[in-house]
Design a protein around this ligand. Sequence first.
Ligand code: HEC
Length: 139
Amino acid sequence: MSLRQSFTAFCSFVVVVGALASSVVSAEDSVAERIKPVGKTCMEGQPCAAAIVAVASGPRTGEQVYTAKCSLCHGAGVLNAPKLGDASAWGPRVAERKLEGLYEHAIKGFNSMPPKGTCTDCSDDEIKVAVKYMVDKAK
Ligand code: HEC
């Protein structure tokens, strides 16, 4: 290889390395870009929604609390928990205790229903809207 050829080869090497380096940088940019809008791309009901709910400020909606904290038992009927949308499981409870009675049981606990459904960082109002959400779904 002549000196000139090796110089040319060296130059193209530098160009290739430079191009690689800048593509790495832009790959990092696009990763940052993909991570950033988690709040927009994460749909409610997905596990990641619970994490967002936890950091979001302000009271959570009944659906958010239900999805994050109550669905674990009330989704599948774990320990015979009345299932979401099951009118025959919820109807008699609503008739007997009214919303106020259900709120109280949800907040203080009732048999295998743990106090606040184990949601220690839920306010009483957040528990109430979650109960209301389940009761409304069972109508
Ligand atoms: C560890 C499982 C579990 C979790 C988590 C859970 N529950 Fe329950 N829940 C139960 C079970 C079991 C019952 C049925 C208790 C019974 O009737 O003996 C129940 C019953 C209830 C009732 C009916 C009480 C009544 O008086 O009939 C309400 C209301 C309720 N849960 C609300 C909630 C809310 C709101 C959440 C989430 C913040 C939640 N639960 C999370 C297990 C759970």
